[in-house]
Design a protein around this ligand. Structure first.
Ligand code: HEC
Ligand code: HEC
Ligand code: HEC
Ligand code: HEC
Ligand code: HEC
Length: 218
């Protein structure tokens, strides 16, 4: 009797230990997935903004070029954000009394810039430069997605180090002709590697040191 009881207890204990280990493994898996998931990195979900500015409306419907508002994207590390005057060139005439544009009018009157919530924000210890990417053949859409289809801007890429490195190891996979940089609808051709290799040569894309720590952490 006692013998049987012990055996069963043993079996239960084993099952409990195995089950416990499985639960812990499962929890680790869930935590890992969560840490890398859209939920955690905020990709796919637009943050609240002081004014519901729509790229879909201004870029796709009205056809305004990125450089009209992000004026320094080809020339400097920072893409630049439009000053209130840029909005007011149109909104002193169109929708000039709309309540949603009240913060824009306030900003014009009191001289304080609108405070947009950042959608993309690298940690301070990472160095990034727009101009080099744009001038060597990486399109806005490769990193920011179809901005022209976003009523509110959301993060299309998580900005993990491995994401930067994936392209830095083999930029040929992503290079496009320089006149397609601002074309968000551009699709890479079937022979992308062939084209990319040719473009890399043409535009002097320099692989040397592109994956060195110092390139991005200086
Ligand atoms: C009429 C002005 C205007 C035009 C044109 C415009 N943008 Fe913007 N853009 C803004 C404003 C205002 C914001 C801030 C609000 C927001 O995040 O949506 C912004 C934000 C962004 C952001 C997020 C920045 C961040 O990290 O917070 C990206 C990326 C961006 N624009 C890309 C583009 C691209 C690509 C184009 C061209 C296809 C473009 N924009 C055209 C005004 C403009
Ligand atoms: C080149 C002209 C032009 C510029 C520059 C411009 N807008 Fe607009 N905006 C328009 C027009 C046109 C409409 C749409 C009116 C309509 O619905 O037909 C509009 C609509 C809007 C709306 C209403 C919501 C929507 O998208 O339907 C908001 C909000 C807005 N603009 C914010 C801004 C902000 C903020 C800026 C500056 C960063 C800006 N606009 C710059 C022309 C412009
Ligand atoms: C190689 C990837 C890449 C490409 C290509 C790229 N961006 Fe960005 N963009 C980023 C990153 C990363 C940030 C965040 C920078 C930071 O936090 O310092 C950013 C930030 C921005 C911002 C916010 C202001 C700023 O400079 O931090 C705007 C606006 C923007 N990008 C517009 C554009 C436009 C327009 C294009 C195309 C002409 C473009 N980007 C091409 C990666 C890219
Ligand atoms: C889709 C491809 C792509 C992605 C994604 C990308 N890069 Fe680049 N990056 C390039 C190319 C191409 C160059 C140009 C290489 C050259 O010719 O010097 C470059 C150059 C750079 C340089 C300049 C190196 C120098 O010589 O001064 C820095 C810094 C940089 N990238 C940082 C980043 C960071 C940080 C990220 C991620 C947030 C990133 N890049 C994501 C393609 C990419
Ligand atoms: C192409 C750009 C790029 C290069 C090259 C690069 N990093 Fe990073 N690194 C990033 C970005 C972007 C982040 C921030 C996002 C993240 O944590 O994934 C980062 C984050 C880090 C972090 C902080 C990670 C954390 O979890 O907080 C460390 C440590 C680091 N990098 C070390 C290195 C070392 C060591 C090298 C060289 C072997 C290197 N990096 C090369 C772009 C780069």
């Amino acid at each position: 009797m006692a013998q049987i009881f012990k055996r069963r207890a043993n079996a239960i204990a084993h099952a409990a230990i195995a089950g416990g280990a499985l639960i812990i493994l499962g929890a680790c898996g869930v935590l890992y997935a969560l840490g890398r998931s859209d939920y955690w990195t905020r990709t796919g979900e637009p943050p609240a903004q002081p004014v519901p500015f729509s790229h879909e409306h201004h870029v796709a419907a009205l056809g305004i070029d990125c450089r009209y508002c992000h004026t320094s994207v080809e020339k400097s590390s920072f893409a630049g954000m439009p000053p209130t005057e840029t909005c007011m060139t149109c909104h002193s005439q169109v929708w000039k009394d709309a309540p949603v544009l009240q913060p824009v009018r306030n900003s014009m009157q009191n001289g304080q810039s609108l405070r947009w919530t950042r959608v993309y924000d690298l940690p301070d210890y990472v160095y990034f430069d727009h101009s080099i990417h744009v001038n060597k053949g990486i399109g806005c859409a490769s990193c920011h997605g179809r901005v022209d289809q976003m009523p509110m801007t959301w993060q299309a890429q998580p900005l993990y180090m491995r994401w930067c490195l994936e392209c830095h190891r083999q930029p040929e996979k992503h290079l496009r002709p320089l006149d397609e940089i601002f074309n968000l609808a551009y699709a890479s051709p079937k022979n992308q590697i062939l084209l990319g290799t040719k473009l890399a040569e043409q535009n002097h894309v320099n692989h040397e040191g592109l994956t060195d720590c110092y390139t991005c952490h200086r």
